[in-house]
Write a protein that binds this ligand. Structure first.
Ligand SMILES: [Zn+2]
Length: 84
């Protein structure tokens, strides 16, 4: 399992996209888990991520493939960009 704790958000995002490109294959099942801080606004009625969530990519059996810390706030569009 790849575990990355980069210094900067941009570097972390790049590592996350690279991990998605490497592991996500067409027709294969996978899970993406975002681990938010307990005080993240994603848990409020606004449902907007305000924390530095940890991104975990898992295969269909739930085994972690990659874990990226420090990639910044969760953006719903990033997965779309990540697998193109
Ligand atoms: Zn969050």
């Amino acid at each position: 399992m790849m575990s990355v704790s980069p210094k900067g958000t941009r570097q972390a995002r790049r590592a996350w996209v690279a991990a998605c490109r490497k592991h996500i294959k067409r027709g294969k099942l996978y899970h993406v888990e975002f681990q938010h801080d307990p005080d993240c606004m994603i848990y409020s009625h606004e449902q907007v991520c305000t924390c530095n969530s940890v991104r975990v990519l898992k295969d269909a059996q739930g085994r972690p493939l990659a874990c990226i810390e420090g990639a910044g706030e969760y953006d719903p569009l990033e997965m779309v960009e990540g697998v193109q």
